[in-house]
Design a protein around this ligand. Structure first.
Ligand SMILES: NC(=O)c1ccc[n+]([C@@H]2O[C@H](COP(=O)([O-])OP(=O)(O)OC[C@H]3O[C@@H](n4cnc5c(N)ncnc54)[C@H](OP(=O)(O)O)[C@@H]3O)[C@@H](O)[C@H]2O)c1
Length: 245
């Protein structure tokens, strides 16, 4: 099976490419750094020649509403057109748990638009929705740091190791299209502020966490990011993962 991974050089994509190859399939890592740009369409036709499956784990370089909306809608359009020309028989997209319940957050609206484009495309599809990646916690903390304080709200998250996300995406890629959504998350639910405390307890760096419901990227986020009872739970715990790094 030839599986083209759009965003195949990124955090999730590079792990999906490795898993696909381990499984004995052909994997192509497609991204601007390998000459494939879904925003312009450049290199897509060549990359998709003979492809059975396309996995889209690309990400917008900007999290702001307009650029993200432009990235995900334009990329989806180019990708779907190229998939139809190439006769691709399965498209897998990675999205976010609870994404359609946060209409006030532009990046999430952009991801919903991406999902809609995939559902309406006519190409058989599977959507994997993951919770926030463990790897995402440290950058969120850095963005929320003022002096020695990390100011973050107590919104509940159920973060997951990127390796567990990649495994679920790869599994979807070599399985039949589900025409639906598979929700995946980590084994534990914590407030974002508590996740910051756990991080600094394992890797102290002089900073302390201050709970501030008005601070940072997740301020005002509704309590929808932990998923519901349809969520499949991955094994890796956050503290155990941190200690291994
Ligand atoms: N962060 C989270 O907690 C979280 C949670 C759930 C779902 N997600 C979703 O997971 C997906 C993957 O995230 P990630 O952290 O693995 O991303 P990442 O590490 O930032 O990688 C982004 C990838 O997208 C590629 N890319 C950028 N612009 C492109 C373009 N114009 N055409 C084709 N490829 C392009 C990059 O290629 P280059 O290397 O060549 O620049 C890179 O391979 C995203 O869609 C995100 O919404 C994230």
């Amino acid at each position: 099976m030839k599986i083209v991974v759009i965003g195949g050089t990124g955090l999730i994509g590079s792990q999906v490419v490795a898993l696909v190859r381990e499984r004995g399939h052909e994997a192509v890592a497609a991204s601007p750094s390998t000459g494939v740009d879904t925003l312009t369409g450049q290199g897509l036709e060549e990359a998709l020649q003979g492809a059975d499956v396309v996995v889209d784990v690309s990400n917008s370089p900007s999290f702001d509403t307009e650029p993200a909306l432009d990235f995900f809608t334009r990329s989806a359009r180019h990708l779907i057109d190229a998939e139809k020309k190439a006769g691709v028989r399965h498209h897998v997209t990675l999205s976010i748990v609870g994404v359609d319940q946060v209409p006030d957050y532009g990046y999430y609206r952009a991801k919903v638009a991406q999902e809609e484009a995939v559902r309406d495309s006519g190409v058989p599809y599977s959507i994997v929705r993951a919770t926030q990646f463990f790897e995402f916690i440290a950058p969120v903390m850095d963005m929320s740091t003022e002096g020695e304080q990390v100011r973050m709200p107590s919104v509940r998250l159920r973060p997951i190791a990127s390796a567990d996300v990649a495994a679920a995406v790869a599994e979807a890629a070599w399985s039949e299209p589900s025409y639906g959504v598979r929700n995946i998350g980590g084994p534990e639910i914590h407030g974002l502020d508590r996740l910051g405390e756990i991080t600094l307890a394992v890797k102290p760096d002089g900073r302390t966490v201050v709970t501030d419901e008005t601070a940072g990227l997740f301020a005002g986020m509704p309590d929808v990011l932990v998923g519901d009872d349809t969520l499949h739970t991955a094994a890796t715990g956050y503290e155990e993962w941190l200690k291994r790094r």
